[in-house]
Design a protein around this ligand. Structure first.
Ligand code: ZN
Length: 146
């Protein structure tokens, strides 16, 4: 089983972001380093939710913003380890839309439930598979580090 090592400050900032944008979804990127057991995430970058059609249950990071995120990661000697978003008043489980829109094989997708404005459960899912047709979300454990 894969483990997502998450700096506590990053974990807190993801959850705070979700509370701030409630009842809309928040989203962002996770930067870190690859380890034999999974990603070690030391930074989160907030992204604007570009979905205005239904921001409460859809999220999206604009291509230009993604490019800036990748550039920022490189500048810090880190990789894009994954992405996060919130589920306002919905469980921290991936939706069929989340799965369809996930294309970064090998990356971690973190989902935080925000229940009535307060961050609740946070889960992480590793997108496994060598090619898009084989991809799968596999839940991984989250290890918080101070
Ligand atoms: Zn979702």
């Amino acid at each position: 089983m894969s483990t997502l090592r998450l700096a506590r400050a990053v974990y807190d900032s993801i959850r705070t972001h979700g509370e701030e944008t409630y009842p809309h979804e928040c989203c962002g990127a996770l930067l870190g380093q690859s380890t034999p057991d999974g990603w070690w995430v030391t930074r989160a970058i907030r992204a604007g939710n570009t979905r205005t059609d239904s921001a409460h249950n859809r999220y999206n990071i604009a291509p230009l913003e993604l490019l800036q995120i990748e550039r920022e990661a490189r500048r810090q000697g880190l990789d894009v380890a994954g992405f996060y978003h919130s589920h306002p008043d919905h469980p921290a489980q991936w939706s069929t839309t989340d799965f369809a829109e996930a294309h970064w094989l090998g990356c971690s997708y973190v989902i935080t439930e925000v229940a009535r404005g307060e961050a609740a459960m946070t889960n992480s899912f590793l997108l496994t598979g060598r090619i898009e047709e084989e991809k799968q979300f596999v839940q991984e454990s989250i290890l918080l580090e101070d």
